[in-house]
Design a protein around this ligand. Structure first.
Ligand SMILES: [Zn+2]
Ligand SMILES: [Zn+2]
Length: 334
């Protein structure tokens, strides 16, 4: 691991780090240079604070309701990230309406992993350069911890890679989500506080309170979503078997697949990223795909792209990374 990248920074002033909590630089050029590859710990303070805030559980305690809300929000947000941020926005593996992509983009923002444009652009870059020197979160190139959380705390990771998302950048509603993504988790935390406070006052048998609901429903749930999704970048590139020959070190990892609703079948995914399903065989559990199939029955999504048999058998030609494909037409509003 290249420890110097974790060292305390850089010529980034603390003030600039604080400004970057709210306003991100527009392009890579403004944050280029050797220091751009090192962690900006001032900007990372909210990320650290989110983890520390979980310790508040010592004071607020727990209730069945607060734990259930935390679990429900975990499931909802893992689905929004894996099915929509990843399979839809990054890979266009199925179609949906602009209303639906806004709703699931909104839910994805509540997971505090930036907006769908930032996320999809960085992910397309990952597929185009996976485990090469340019891959910002390759454990092979930069070490496990860096691939898990270090990379996105660097100035270089801050801007949106606009060139890689011409199809998404055309949608005003998505640009709005990315511009105001910070408000969505704040709104979620506020709603959880209000819910807990009302229940604490009018339904004391629930044993909850405003702060207890925030600690479980927001902080603990979000930190759990953080680390399971980071595992796809870190663990699923180092631990597990490789069914297909790909140019990267991607693995199929059943544990990551269970935690992330199917994203752990990462070697399958790198071999054929165009598919809406990442578990290629019936025994490869892929909850996000099952939920997408159910949404297709309701007409919320359609044209789910499958895996051709020749690809499943490893005979298919490896597909072009999505970032190099021609932009896919944006679905029309419904
Ligand atoms: Zn990968
Ligand atoms: Zn992908």
């Amino acid at each position: 691991m290249k420890l110097e990248k974790f060292a305390v920074i850089s010529d980034q002033s603390a003030a600039r780090g604080v400004v970057h909590w709210f306003v991100t630089p527009f392009d890579q050029e403004t944050v280029a240079g050797p220091k751009g590859h090192r962690i900006d710990w001032v900007r990372g303070l909210p990320f650290i604070a989110m983890h520390v805030a979980c310790l508040l559980v010592i004071w607020v305690g727990w209730s069945w309701l607060a734990v259930a809300v935390a679990a429900g929000l975990y499931c909802l947000r893992v689905f929004a990230l894996t099915a929509f941020y990843h399979r839809y926005f990054s890979h266009r593996a199925f179609k949906t309406s602009r209303v639906s992509h806004f709703i699931f983009g909104f839910l994805g923002c509540s997971a505090v992993q930036r907006g769908p444009l930032w996320w999809a652009a960085h992910h397309r870059h990952h597929h185009a350069h996976s485990d090469e020197e340019d891959d910002m979160h390759s454990p092979k190139q930069h070490g496990f911890l860096w691939s898990h959380f270090g990379w996105f705390l660097t100035p270089q990771a801050l801007p949106i890679r606009w060139k890689l998302i011409p199809d998404l950048a055309r949608c005003l509603e998505l640009r709005l989500l990315d511009r105001f993504e910070l408000f969505i988790p704040v709104l979620l935390a506020g709603m959880l506080y209000a819910l807990g406070a009302v229940l604490g006052a009018y339904a004391p048998a629930t044993g909850t309170s405003g702060m207890q609901m925030v600690v479980w429903g927001f902080f603990i749930s979000t930190i759990a979503v953080y680390h399971v999704t980071y595992f796809v970048n870190s663990l699923a590139h180092v631990w597990g078997p490789r069914r297909y020959v790909t140019k990267d070190d991607s693995r199929n990892n059943w544990l990551v697949a269970l935690l992330t609703f199917g994203e752990g079948w990462h070697n399958n995914h790198h071999y054929y990223p165009a598919s809406a399903r990442q578990g290629f065989f019936w025994w490869e559990i892929d909850v996000s795909y099952y939920l997408l199939v159910m949404l297709s029955w309701l007409g919320v999504v359609w044209d789910l792209r499958g895996v051709p048999r020749r690809v499943k058998l490893g005979k298919g030609k490896r597909v072009t990374p999505v970032a190099e494909e021609k932009p896919v037409p944006v679905p029309s509003a419904s």
